[in-house]
Design a protein around this ligand. Structure first.
Ligand code: PHE
Length: 340
């Protein structure tokens, strides 16, 4: 009997060792611990052995029973742990995998400048108006007092659609539209695309952008113009920026001026960028609205006067952001655009 008991123990322990699921565990439990289990069957035969042997065999059977029970308990813990591990492995979510992020759009650098300029002028009491890119020769040239033989009217400078219709060569026709629509006093700015027959290089493009400004009221003087320009340049580029007005000629303003601004690189000290002059040249054109232009729009030039200015937004954007090639603004290359 002793041998049979020991054999049961050996067999049980090695069976339990290789268990790999809970069903198997349950069958082994029944096999060894159950009412009809192997141990019970052996113990039923206790009657056949001698009185002296009975307590010894009984003690051995108990010991073996406890051992098998202990092994079964350990195996159950191990199996439950393994099942948990498998489940965790199965349900694992890899949070390091990159998800598809939606990219937020943002303004193009040109639009940044336009918005900034518009907001600046709005804070100074101006309204923002819009004008068409396809214009009449009448508004683009005639009403602006441009002489019949002015070189800018030339076919080689202007995109004509018909004899009387063209792609506007500047934003100044918006002045005419504003003066015809709004009674003075008026203060407007208007930004948009303009077109000239230019070959493309790092500073030229046949399509570019301007911002136009116009103020009409009683007693408006050149001093108001110079002060307005000075304030907006300081607000846009910094308080330490100076402006310089050089006499110039535009058919629609008299007197006219071109404005230079302190060099953005050296702030006026003189460096290689400004050829030692300390000035960034020709940042905008301006002047007092020509009386003929006022009259063309039905405004009494004896009572009213005004000033106008126009600037290239592409050039301003380029100096503001340190962009060295105008083509970058129009190529829509994300590697460039993402920097703004
Ligand atoms: N329209 C002019 C240009 O394109 C600029 C300008 C606007 C000049 C308003 C004077 C007044 O160069």
């Amino acid at each position: 009997m002793r041998d049979r008991l020991k054999k049961i123990r050996e067999e049980a322990i090695s069976n339990i060792e290789v268990l790999n699921n809970l069903d198997g565990w349950e069958s082994l439990r029944i096999k060894y611990m159950g009412k009809k289990g192997e141990l019970t069957l052996v113990l039923r035969e206790m009657g056949n052995i001698s009185k002296e042997e009975r307590p010894i065999i009984g003690a051995l059977a108990n010991e073996i029973r406890q051992q098998i029970e202990g092994e079964l308990d350990k195996a159950k813990d191990r199996l439950i742990e393994e099942i948990k591990k498998q489940q965790i492995e199965k349900e694992k979510i890899d949070i390091t995998i990159s998800k598809h992020t939606k990219k937020l759009g943002h303004y193009h650098p040109l639009l940044h400048t336009i918005k900034e300029l518009e907001n600046l002028f709005i804070s100074m009491g101006f309204s923002v108006v819009d004008g068409p890119e396809v214009e009449t020769v009448q508004y683009n040239f005639d009403a602006l007092n441009s002489p019949e033989n002015h070189p800018s009217r030339d076919l080689s400078d202007t995109f004509y659609i018909t004899k009387d219709i063209l792609l506007r060569t500047h934003t100044s026709p918006v002045q005419i539209r504003a003066m015809k629509q709004i009674k003075p006093p008026l203060r407007i700015v208007s930004a948009g695309r303009t077109f000239r027959f230019d070959d493309v290089d790092d500073t030229h493009s046949p399509m570019f952008h301007q911002l136009e400004g116009l103020v009409i009221d009683e007693k408006v003087t050149m001093a108001n113009l110079m002060h307005t320009i000075d304030i907006f340049i300081k607000k846009l580029f910094g308080e330490d920026m100076e402006t310089r007005f050089r006499p110039h000629h535009f058919p629609f303003t008299e007197p006219s001026a071109e404005v230079d601004v302190s060099c953005f690189e050296c702030k006026g000290k003189g460096c290689s960028v400004c050829n030692g002059t300390g000035w960034s040249m020709e940042l905008l054109g301006c002047g007092m609205v020509h009386p003929k232009v006022l009259e063309n729009c039905g405004i009494d030039s004896e009572r009213y006067s005004g000033f106008a200015f126009g600037m290239g937004i592409d050039r301003i954007t380029m100096v503001k952001y340190g962009i060295n090639d105008i083509r970058l603004l129009f190529e829509n290359d994300n590697r460039f655009l993402e920097q703004f």
